[in-house]
Design a protein around this ligand. Structure first.
Ligand SMILES: [Zn+2]
Length: 623
């Protein structure tokens, strides 16, 4: 589709919304001293209703669940009324500027500093402006339905271009958002990035996929990477049967692969931010894993959306008990789509699921909170930095990890009980039909977000068994049980074995070499032999079973040389005291997973059929 045609579609789609709305909020973004890492922002609010204008900086950013004080980087704030008239401004909280006595127009200008390249913050330097809107733009309460215009101005001497899901405006540096929510969801890269575009199929109206990459690599590296991104985009569609109706009919991957970037991936409705300190050359598969995860989000989370996140609250943390599905199932499908698309090998996928299963089996956090409870921890655990210590290492299990393991478990369970006829893809497609595809009456919003009860109902419908559905949720989502992978994986021709049979195990300790022994550097998992022996973080283990311990490796070796069931003394130094406890060694709960063909037997026909149905490409129709 040509650019002119796209513009026509845009006008047709958005005219009703724009025509009915009040005066747009206009943002002008310029970079007079980009090298000093600040952006000049000028905002104009027009046709304001009488009464105070409540200006705010956000405290939350969609997809990042902890609260942030984005106001901290704002300075040199100037607020004026019609004709530059001075106005009274009240600062009730650090995040608010309440403007009194205006006569319908308020103009605000401020500087904002930003120096972190990721999916949450703002980064300005002489090579780009990498803008996450909630971290950068001041907005006004009560004007959420107004459209916004964003005008960008290149620094002197530079000719930067724009990569964004914002909709094209009057010229190449002017963009539009139909409302506040869409504006905030539209991160923007303004730089001399490299661009690759493709479409999938040649049906009229097929969406355009854009890959905008700001990096230090070569064009040919980017060409190869773009070909892999296209494979992912083609394969992911088959899970849901179709692409969403992208606003503007385009989806934009915005990547900053720069040695000084932080590693991150952040989903948005029609775009994603991908950042990494590594490069296409050094970390191609790692970067593609994030591409796969974030692209899956365009269905799962962006459109199949929990009610708890809709509409998103920019002032407070958003709490959802469903992130084991929103993030976890997305984490399960990330590598699965890569495998189906032929981007990774079977062995890569197997080590991925082995890691998931072991992390879940090892975590005592499961006994503290369910997968639903872990999801609700997101505002406290996701990107939150603390001065004081936490014991999250033992009380928290990431909803990414646990949710991905549940996704794997549900997929295998559905396939097992239906002999491969019903799969997790069917479940995702049902959620898409019920909650994602219906869309929203206002662009950027979701009219039929789901609740936990909706998820149970959809599983009942897909499996044809309401009792199974409610039992699955009770055990694995609201309970802390672990799916029986040892029974299910062999159906696909995989062997599941204990990872360290016959060796002693004292619990999952993080150890570091220390003067005269091995220092414990993280909270000790309760329920483990080490916990029962009284060991805790900061203790330095000096002897085990009466034998001196000289290093972390020495400690690990000394435990493994003994047998499960052995009782040993553990001597350690703690804050000036020498203490001796007793540990009864157990068996390492980790498992090892391998395809049967690696154990000297070919998969049986039904195992091969099960495996192909699960792991082979729907896009290529061959495994
Ligand atoms: Zn995610």
């Amino acid at each position: 589709m040509t650019r002119r045609l796209l513009r026509a579609v845009f006008v047709l789609l958005w005219m009703p919304a724009l025509a009915a709305a009040q005066a747009p909020v206009t943002y002008r973004l310029s970079f007079p001293e980009a090298e000093h890492r600040w952006m000049q922002v000028q905002v104009r609010f027009d046709e304001l209703p009488p009464g105070p204008l409540e200006l705010r900086m956000s405290r939350a950013s969609p997809g990042r669940y902890a609260v942030h004080d984005f106001a901290k980087n704002v300075y040199d704030v100037q607020i004026a009324g019609t004709g530059g008239a001075p106005l009274t401004v009240i600062r009730a909280t650090p995040h608010e500027w309440t403007v009194i006595g205006h006569s319908g127009r308020v103009e605000v200008s401020y500087r904002i500093f930003g120096d972190r390249i990721d999916g949450t913050y703002l980064a300005i330097d002489s090579t780009h402006a990498h803008i996450n809107m909630p971290a950068a733009l001041m907005w006004a309460r009560g004007l959420e339905d107004r459209p916004a215009i964003v005008q960008l101005e290149s620094p002197r001497g530079a000719s930067w271009r724009v990569a964004t899901q914002l909709l094209p405006g009057a010229d190449a540096l002017t963009y539009a958002a139909p409302n506040f929510s869409y504006l905030m969801d539209s991160p923007t890269e303004f730089s001399a990035f490299s661009l690759r575009t493709f479409t999938v199929g040649d049906a009229p109206g097929a969406p355009v996929f854009r890959l905008a990459v700001h990096h230090t690599g070569t064009d040919s590296e980017l060409d190869g990477f773009a070909a892999d991104v296209e494979k992912i985009v083609r394969e992911a569609r088959h899970v849901f049967g179709e692409y969403p109706a992208f606003e503007g009919n385009a989806y934009t991957f915005i990547a900053d692969y720069l040695p000084w970037a932080a590693g991150d991936g952040m989903e948005h409705r029609n775009s994603t931010i991908l950042t990494s300190g590594s490069s296409i050359r050094s970390n191609r598969l790692g970067l593609l894993d994030t591409v796969s995860h974030e692209f899956f989000h365009t269905w799962n989370v962006e459109r199949i959306r929990p009610r708890a996140l809709e509409p998103f609250d920019f002032n407070e943390a958003n709490v959802s008990g469903e992130l084991w599905l929103g993030e976890g199932f997305t984490s399960y499908y990330g590598p699965l789509v890569l495998l189906r698309a032929g981007v990774i090998q079977l062995s890569d996928f197997v080590s991925e699921i082995e890691g998931l299963i072991n992390d879940v089996r090892l975590s005592p956090g499961r006994l503290v909170r369910s997968a639903e409870g872990m999801s609700r921890m997101a505002p406290l655990a996701d990107g939150a930095g603390y001065v004081d210590r936490t014991n999250f290492a033992v009380t928290y299990l990431s909803y990414y990890t646990w949710g991905a393991a549940i996704g794997l478990g549900l997929d295998l369970t559905l396939r097992d009980r239906s002999n491969g006829r019903v799969t997790l893809d069917d479940y995702m497609r049902a959620l898409w039909q019920r909650h994602g595809k219906p869309g929203g009456t206002r662009p950027g919003y979701v009219d039929t977000p789901y609740t936990m009860a909706d998820l149970v109902a959809a599983l009942a419908a897909v499996s044809g068994d309401a009792a199974f559905a409610s039992d699955f949720f009770a055990r694995y989502i609201q309970g802390s049980a672990v799916v029986d992978y040892e029974r299910l994986l062999p159906r696909a021709g995989f062997v599941v074995r204990p990872a360290a049979p016959g060796q002693g195990w004292i619990g999952e300790l993080r150890l570091q070499d220390a003067q005269g022994g091995a220092r414990v550097t993280a909270a000790v998992p309760f329920g483990s032999p080490a916990y029962a022996a009284g060991l805790e973080r900061d203790d330095v283990i000096v002897a085990i079973g009466g034998r001196d311990v000289s290093s972390a490796a020495d400690m690990t070796r000394a435990v493994r040389e003994r047998k499960p069931g052995d009782t040993v003394s553990v001597t350690f130094d703690r804050r000036g005291q020498r203490i001796t406890g007793t540990a009864r060694l157990a068996t390492d709960p980790r498992v090892e997973i391998s395809p049967v063909e690696q154990t000297g037997r070919e998969p049986a026909a039904d195992e091969r059929r099960f495996r192909n149905g699960w792991l082979s490409s729907a896009a290529r129709n061959a495994f």
